[in-house]
Design a protein around this ligand. Structure first.
Ligand SMILES: C[S@@+](CC[C@H](N)C(=O)[O-])C[C@H]1O[C@@H](n2cnc3c(N)ncnc32)[C@H](O)[C@@H]1O
Length: 258
């Protein structure tokens, strides 16, 4: 099991949200995006964050993904944006020009990457000197926080301990990320933790509908249809409010400078 990024069925799974203000505010603390000429969004999925970089003032954004299905949804999602282009490529070998980009974003990508050193070395190659690398992912620690009315993801691992094993096996701890960034040549490595509002659901019904589509949550592809139903029942019983649900996830961001 696990998500198949190349399957057309999953094409829109990473294009139906917009990047929340909590993300934009956090990024602003780390990068003056309005001064960025050339940004790249590697593992761009449906272009949610390519669009946000443009909205925040980046002059041009290049989105890269190894899935043609994702790129199709990204192109649809960003069709109004003349300063965003999408190209097919692998994070380990992007095909992008060397020493060119001012900013590279890799959001929710590295837990899908086996050779982290190769990924970071490619990031180093394409950034110009002084260019900024932003990696956003969850550490094992971020993945085992308990569930509550806003941290819905906590209920996934609470009900299915097998998902904890899966998360721990695929998520990098912070020490590994920092060490590998330094090995790839980066300096000024900085780490921040933050809660990103993933989505505001109008009510519980909307949240349950979002979960039933496994939208934007690759871990739910490790549950079969029956297990997903059990999870939805569990969340229905556990979430105590039926007004707007502000769903938040805990993330780690690493900023590194070439
Ligand atoms: C979890 S999604 C995140 C999408 C987007 N960055 C976001 O945060 O909404 C991971 C994306 O990385 C892409 N991906 C995974 N491995 C990749 C690789 N080796 N090279 C390029 N893209 C990759 C997948 O196709 C998918 O679109």
């Amino acid at each position: 099991m696990g998500i198949d990024f190349h399957d057309k069925k999953n094409q829109t799974t990473y294009s139906t949200r917009i990047a929340d203000q909590t993300w934009r505010e956090e990024l602003k603390q780390l990068v003056a995006v309005e001064n960025i000429s050339n940004a790249a969004d590697i593992g761009c999925g449906g272009g949610i964050y390519s669009k946000a970089l443009s909205d925040m003032g980046a002059e041009s954004v290049t989105g890269i993904d190894f899935s043609e299905a994702m790129l199709k949804s990204a192109r649809d999602n960003c069709k109004e944006y003349k300063n965003i282009i999408f190209k097919h490529g692998n994070a380990l070998e992007t095909g992008l020009e060397s020493n060119y980009y001012d900013l590279l974003l890799e959001r929710a990508l590295i837990h899908h990457i086996k050779d982290l050193k190769a990924c970071f070395s490619e990031g180093y190659r394409v950034l110009r000197n002084g260019g900024i690398y932003i990696i956003q992912d969850r550490t094992p620690e971020d993945c085992i926080l308990e569930g509550n009315d806003s941290h819905i993801r906590g209920y996934f691992t609470e009900l299915f301990p097998k998902l904890i094993a899966k998360e721990i096996s695929r998520r990098y701890d912070s020490q590994t990320v920092v060490r590998t960034l330094k090995e790839a040549g980066f300096n000024e490595v900085q780490e921040v933790k933050f809660w990103e509002t993933r989505k505001v659901h109008e009510n519980k019904e909307q949240l349950l509908k979002d979960l039933s589509g496994r939208t934007g949550r690759s871990i739910l592809h490790d549950l079969d249809d029956y297990e997903l139903k059990l999870l939805i029942n569990h969340i229905n019983e556990s979430v105590s409010i039926d007004k707007a649900i502000i769903e938040k996830d805990r993330w780690t961001i690493w900023k590194a400078v070439k």
